[in-house]
Design a binder for this molecule. Structure first.
Ligand code: DX5
Ligand code: ZN
Length: 218
């Protein structure tokens, strides 16, 4: 199944509710939490995420780009977010954090930056519901898709099928009508798209276009 998750990093922050309503045909809304420490950019924290959770027409896919995530991550699951993804580079104990997220009712996601290898984590896929392979350096929207990380998806897809895991494989960064096809061919099934959904003027049409671009592959 293909999932299209628009990133509200590219939405209008003072018209957030309007922009959330413009993506009602999406599967999830991708919510980028940045702390100006783990990444050189700042967005918002739990108060804003709680309000988005209250008004969003679709479930929340929260992407934490924050330090001290072992302490702060579970609070996002307590807000009722459907999925909470954290960076392995920011966690001292990814398995304990994943279990804390699941215990609070969220899907647990593990994210890796473009320079982080995937091999050390192939043995712990059962602890996660989603694996995010970053296709740009985290921090900003509108960057170019890094195709050289695609072998990580190949490894994840092969391992998931070897162990019979139904883990979702997500890509985030530079996803367009062209690059979504590349990622899908390497086994991704969950696609985050910020600028390509919000910058073209018609978010619903953009979501539909992305979905159609890969529907023949799934
Ligand atoms: C980047 C964020 C992405 C960002 C993607 O750190 O994690 O979710 O919004 O934006 P685009 O789709 O414009 O690359
Ligand atoms: Zn993101």
């Amino acid at each position: 199944m293909t999932r299209i998750n628009p990133s509200i990093l590219s939405a209008d922050f003072v018209n957030m509710q309007r922009d959330l309503e413009s993506i009602a045909s999406a599967d999830f809304v991708h919510v980028d939490v940045m702390d100006n420490h783990f990444v050189p950019n700042l967005t918002f924290g739990p108060q804003m995420v709680g309000r988005i959770q209250a008004v969003s027409p679709v479930p929340l896919d929260v992407h934490l780009m924050i330090d001290r995530v072992d302490d702060l991550g579970p609070g996002y699951a307590e807000l009722g977010c459907a999925s909470v993804t954290f960076h392995v580079e920011a966690s001292d104990d990814p398995i304990a954090l994943a279990r804390a997220l699941r215990a609070r009712g969220a899907r647990a996601g593990l994210a890796i930056k473009p320079g982080t290898p995937v091999e050390p984590y192939l043995g712990i896929l059962a602890e996660f519901d989603q694996f995010l392979v970053m296709t740009v350096e985290p921090g900003f929207g509108g960057q170019t898709f890094i195709e050289s990380v695609m072998p990580k998806l190949d490894l994840l897809r092969a391992e998931a099928s070897r162990v019979g895991s139904d883990i979702w494989l997500q890509v985030d960064g530079g996803v367009t009508l062209d690059t979504i096809v590349i990622a899908a061919e390497h086994g991704a099934d969950t696609f985050v798209a910020g600028s390509s959904v919000f910058n073209g003027g018609d978010p619903e049409m953009a979501i539909d276009g992305l979905r159609r671009a890969v529907q023949h592959l799934h």
